[in-house]
Ligand binder design. Structure first.
Ligand code: ADP
Length: 495
């Protein structure tokens, strides 16, 4: 996904999220308000119905008593009583607490006798009224259904309820008083709430989107800075670093990436140095071979002595090259992670074997080689070839840097789960300044260069690389003109 599409996607997500949250809150608030208002209207209807029916019943009985007192009886009394009541009803029902209600009185046959509404009240409810009269029970019905959510967008419309109250008329029949209340005030409350609520919801929506966009833009700008820095690193500027300001997760990421780049830079520098050193070392024998080849061409045919010398020198230089390329290959393999064998073998036997080989190689120097004191086997599980490489390198160095008549000693022991090999000599020692660098590739001390011992400065680097890949460690102790001790610790392995 491209950067701009990520931004667009985040915008869509934040808009949808804000719409869902704000819309949800707005709808819930509206439903709570509308439901409350509907409840208020229902209560008002009930209250007014009770009051209105009491007013009508009281008026009827008063009128009947008055008509009787005047000596009327039977049908005339009923007619006079009803007539009196009907003329008095507007003033009786116009009193506060009942005035907001619409009332209509129906006869037992369903005819409207009197109504506050000019066209009569809810003419279509005859059946429901009859039921109420027949059961002689106050019943409630819905005259006009309301729309709970319609008020969100249009004018609010609450349900209108009608209370049917059976009333015994002066002629003994049961009429019905319909009382209803139109919840205009409650609907107005809802309508009044709608506009500010919408304004509030819209502002909340935009504020939310703005806040989310601002914070996302901030995060994206940090990521963008990282990307730009990473691009310049990709373009080969390994010395570039990502900005690490702040203590947030992005700066922690930048910190980790910077450490990674530093490691890469160190490795790349080391590789460049290694290639330069290797080329330099290879250049010396190549130059020698070329020089002697020219001599051979010029004078080889005439002077057999010159020819023999040149051939010897070419042979010597090419052997040196072969040794160097062999060392370089060993180092490369050790660097790439050696595939190590796991065999059980006796370290003491291996060391004795190497001591004998080294002694025969350096026979001219008359060095005293002292092997492991322990006659018993020191068994370990690992790669005997690699251990042999390490011992050979250390014994060769010890022989190389020890004067004739000196002593080279190898001690072996077991320390917990490790096998410890100590190779000591009574040689020239290593100056303290050189000690930290002797495991570096191509490092050779001035003394050994001057003495022309002929190494490439790769032996210890190879030995250390092998020890590292075995999960061990190597340490050196040395005193100038007294001697040097290399201590190698490698895991004994599972036996
Ligand atoms: P080289 O081929 O020069 O011996 P190494 O990597 O084996 O390369 O050793 C690096 C340097 O460490 C040597 O040039 C030498 O100066 C020093 N060194 C190694 N072993 C010994 C030793 N036993 N005594 C004195 N110096 C040593």
């Amino acid at each position: 996904m491209g950067r701009s599409s990520l931004r667009a996607w985040l915008l869509v997500v934040s808009v949808l999220f804000a719409a869902a949250v704000v819309g949800g809150i707005a709808i819930t608030t509206y439903i709570i308000v509308a439901d409350g208002m509907q409840g208020v209207a229902a209560d008002a209807t009930q209250r007014m119905a009770t009051s209105a029916s009491t007013v009508v019943r009281d008026a009827l009985s008063e009128a009947e008593v008055a008509a009787s007192a005047q000596g009327f009886a039977g049908t005339p009394r009923a007619q006079i009583a009803l007539g009196t009541v009907l003329t008095r009803l507007p003033s009786l029902l116009g009193r506060p607490g009942v005035a907001e209600a619409d009332c209509a009185l129906y006869s037992a046959t369903g005819e409207p006798i009197w109504s506050t509404a000019p066209t009569g009240l809810w003419p279509g409810m005859g059946a429901l009224r009859n039921q109420a009269a027949a059961a002689d029970k106050i019943t409630l019905s819905t005259a006009q259904p309301g729309g709970m959510l319609s008020g969100l967008l249009r004018q609010a419309k609450l349900a209108v309820r009608v209370v049917h109250v059976p009333i015994v008329l002066p002629d003994g029949t049961t009429g019905v008083l319909d009382v209803t209340y139109r919840p205009v005030t409650e609907e107005r409350v809802i309508d009044a709430v709608r506009a500010p609520m919408a304004a509030l919801a819209i502002s909340a929506f935009f504020i939310m989107v703005l806040l989310m966009q601002t914070s996302m833009a901030w995060v994206l700008s940090l990521v963008d800075t990282l990307r730009r820095a990473a691009d310049s690193i990709e373009a080969g500027q390994l010395d570039a670093r990502l900005p690490e300001a702040g203590t947030n997760e992005i700066s922690a990421l930048a910190h980790s990436i910077n450490r990674l780049i530093e490691r890469l830079q160190r490795r790349s520098d080391a590789q460049a140095r290694f290639v330069a050193d290797a080329s330099h070392e290879l250049a010396t024998p190549v130059a020698g071979i070329r020089g002697y080849t020219s001599i051979l061409r010029a004078w080889g045919a005439e002077d057999p002595k010159v020819r023999d010398e040149a051939v010897d020198a070419i042979d010597r230089e090419s052997r040196r090259m072969a040794r160097l390329t062999g060392d370089l290959l060993n180092l490369l393999h050790a660097d790439q992670g050696l595939v190590l064998k796991t065999e059980r073998f006796d370290v003491n036997a291996l060391v004795r074997d190497r001591l004998a080989a080294t002694a025969s190689r350096w026979i001219d120097k008359d060095i005293d080689y002292i092997g492991p004191e322990d006659e018993d086997a020191l068994v370990m599980s690992g790669d005997p070839d690699r251990v042999e490489d390490i011992v050979s390198i250390l014994l060769d160095n010890a022989s190389k840097y020890t004067r004739a008549g000196g002593q080279v000693t190898v001690k072996t022991k077991r320390r917990r789960e490790m096998v410890v090999l100590e190779v000591s000599d009574t040689g020239q020692g290593i100056p303290p300044d050189d000690l930290p660098r002797i495991f570096d590739r191509f490092f050779r001390s001035e003394a050994s260069r001057a003495a022309g011992e002929g190494g490439f400065g790769l032996g210890l680097a190879i030995a250390k690389s092998i020890v590292d890949s075995m999960g061990g460690e190597v340490e050196v102790q040395s005193e100038v003109d007294k001697g040097t001790t290399f201590i190698v610790r490698v895991p004994r392995g599972r036996l």
